[in-house]
Design a protein around this ligand. Structure first.
Ligand code: C2O
Ligand code: CU
Length: 608
């Protein structure tokens, strides 16, 4: 049974009125940002970063679930366009505010201003699935009407540039959504600490993009440093006393000063950790302390205790930390590289037990990251992530299955990443505008493949290494349930298969399961799927030579990117686009899509 839209909206309003805090709490929060290049020393070497209002990283946005964010963004870069993507925010009803250049909007030109306006983060749809599955976050089934008020999604998010490789130039910041006033999180804590993790290259992103696109291909190598809240130390170690051969960092510049996390003994802290790295997969551990994982990508998870957590680019977590260790000491927080042979020193921060001084060096050595290629360790962590009680379960079956084979290929002497042997290139005219207006000429006529050959040998380099480029647009029908199987494979070199964290815009998906080797869709593969308590997330990893199965409901009309979150991989074509019920998208603000073929069509009298 499907509720008509009008009835649902009325019900939602009534429910809000009945629950006064719901009506009162939603606020509009206004921000005025100017984006510019500036000199900065993220790891004590001076370079150029993209900053916001003279800050790097950009300002933290803090809001309550249900609030409306307005960001009036002025592009003060000299010669480049810019956009900002709100990673993890579903943009329900506002797909034009998703901030993906050439997909959801035109890049904002230098000197232009564009206003992003969106709700964090609220489901307003009336789909059957949501009505039957909508439970409030603590697992109590609400009345149908109330669900529209209570289905809000607080959590740990971030924002970043989504044009070229601008994220890797430092265009990012935190976005934290608290529960609505009067609501409670399903866990308790006394204080909160926020860690936004990234990696940093000394070469400019322009040089990096040229290298990745050139013929012959030039690999950009590993990042020079890892940053915590935009600060790191290149070529020296704060923990030199514990690291043979390392030099102690000289007295530092404020821009690269070590991060200090002040805590009181015998309290519990919520540590928010998100990764916006360009390349590196990370692991975080804190000397002598256990971590309890409670949130992943804005969704509560069934709490579990670990010594360290893996964080792939695009992931966010909340972990609880109890300061129950010897209070006369400080402790190291250590962040190291996973999944690639590390050539980048771990990043360190100090967990500062007050009243010890912040500069008192911890007695213990920094915790060591697990061996970079210990995939069993990574899998053990990832497989333990289960939904918190009360998370809506996935629909029992899917209407469609899209299989995406990830390969590395060659094209006219260039190296590309391809999906079902097509490497994604973005068009001049953003999809949202051209599809809404039905401009056929802007899309490739042929639809991309939805299956890869059952005989494909994922353990070897591709038998046919040649690829082509295309727009990789999958058209999804409204309210259908879609399964996606991401299949990893051997890259061009023998015995090489990399980790790829895939991120979906506009939705959370259920991570149904993982497997090693080629997916066959047979009974054995089916048996690996978890339909009971799969976690809801917006980013999921594929392990080397393995597959990952996801399910989501196409209940958010718009055009959404789905791609590997590793910046150089996306630049090399590792992504697809889901065009979802574009005819049901509301009136697209003209400013968002007035470029390319859409601009001409609008001039000729077409209406969005
Ligand atoms: Cu955080 Cu499309 O990305
Ligand atoms: Cu990748």
């Amino acid at each position: 049974m499907r509720l008509p839209l009008l009835a649902a909206v009325c019900c939602a309003l009534l429910a809000c009125a009945a629950r006064r805090h719901c009506a009162e709490a939603a606020k509009a929060r206004h921000f005025k940002w100017e984006i510019s290049n500036m000199f900065w020393s993220p790891d004590c070497e001076e370079k150029v970063v993209i900053g916001i209002n003279g800050q790097f990283p950009g300002p933290t946005i803090r809001a309550r679930a249900g609030d409306t964010i307005h960001v009036e963004l002025k592009n003060a870069l000299h010669t480049e366009g810019v956009v900002i993507h709100w990673h993890g925010i579903r943009q329900i009803g506002t797909p034009w505010a998703d901030g993906t250049a050439a997909i959801s909007q035109c890049a904002i030109n230098p000197e232009e201003t564009f206003t992003y306006r969106f709700v964090v983060d609220k489901v307003l749809t009336t789909t059957e699935v949501l009505i039957t599955n909508c439970l409030n976050v603590r697992g109590k089934r609400s009345t149908e009407t109330e669900e529209f008020c209570s289905w809000l999604q607080p959590g740990t998010y971030f924002y970043h540039g989504h044009y070229g490789m601008q994220r890797a130039a430092g265009l990012y910041g935190s976005l934290i959504v608290d529960v609505t006033q009067g609501e409670e999180e399903p866990f308790k804590y006394d204080g909160e600490l926020n860690l936004l993790l990234s990696d940093w290259y000394h070469e400019s992103i322009h040089t990096q993009m040229v290298a990745l696109s050139s013929k012959p291909f030039r690999w950009i190598g590993e990042p020079q440093s890892l940053l915590i809240n935009g600060r790191g130390q290149f070529n020296c170690s704060m923990a030199a006393a514990h690291t043979p051969g390392a030099t102690q960092c000289a007295a530092v510049n404020r821009q690269c000063a070590p991060v200090v996390l002040p805590v009181q003994p015998n309290k519990t802290y919520r540590l928010r950790v998100a990764s916006t790295t360009s390349l590196a997969s990370l692991n975080l551990a804190i000397g002598n302390h256990k971590l309890t994982v409670v949130e992943a990508d804005g969704n509560y998870v069934d709490p579990f205790v670990v010594d360290d957590i893996d964080i792939y680019s695009g992931d966010s977590y909340s972990v609880l930390l109890t300061t129950d260790q010897d209070p006369s000491s400080n402790y190291w927080v250590s962040v190291g590289v996973r999944g690639r042979q590390p050539k980048t020193a771990p990043a360190l921060a100090v967990l500062n037990y007050r009243p010890n001084g912040a500069s008192k060096l911890p007695a213990l050595a920094p915790p060591a990251t697990p061996a970079w290629d210990d995939y069993e360790h990574s899998k053990a962590f990832t497989y333990r992530i289960r939904a918190h009680a009360g998370t809506p379960p996935p629909p029992a079956t899917a209407d469609r299955r899209i299989e995406l084979l990830n390969t590395q290929n060659r094209m006219d002497g260039h190296i590309k990443w391809s999906i079902n042997n097509v490497s994604m290139v973005l068009p001049a005219t953003p999809y949202l505008g051209s599809l809404k207006l039905g401009l056929k000429s802007t899309l490739t006529a042929a639809r991309p493949a939805e299956m890869f050959s059952r005989g494909y040998d994922v353990t070897l380099p591709p038998a046919n290494p040649n690829t082509t480029v295309g727009d990789n647009v999958y058209v999804l029908a409204h309210n259908t349930t879609v399964d996606v199987v991401l299949q990893n494979a051997n890259a061009l070199a023998h015995n090489t298969s990399e980790v790829h964290p895939w991120h979906l815009h506009g939705h959370d998906f259920w991570v149904l399961g993982y497997g090693d080797g080629a997916y066959r869709g047979d009974a054995a593969d089916e048996a690996r799927l978890n339909l009971r308590d799969p976690p809801l997330r917006n980013t999921a990893v594929i392990f080397p030579y393995g597959w990952t199965a996801l399910r989501f409901v196409a209940d958010n009309p718009g055009v959404w990117a789905f791609h590997c979150h590793i910046e150089p991989h996306l630049h090399m074509g590792m992504g697809v686009v889901f065009a979802e019920a574009v005819d049901l998208v509301g009136k697209v603000p003209k400013q968002a899509v007035s470029c390319g073929a859409t601009a001409s069509a609008l001039m000729n009298g077409d209406h969005l």
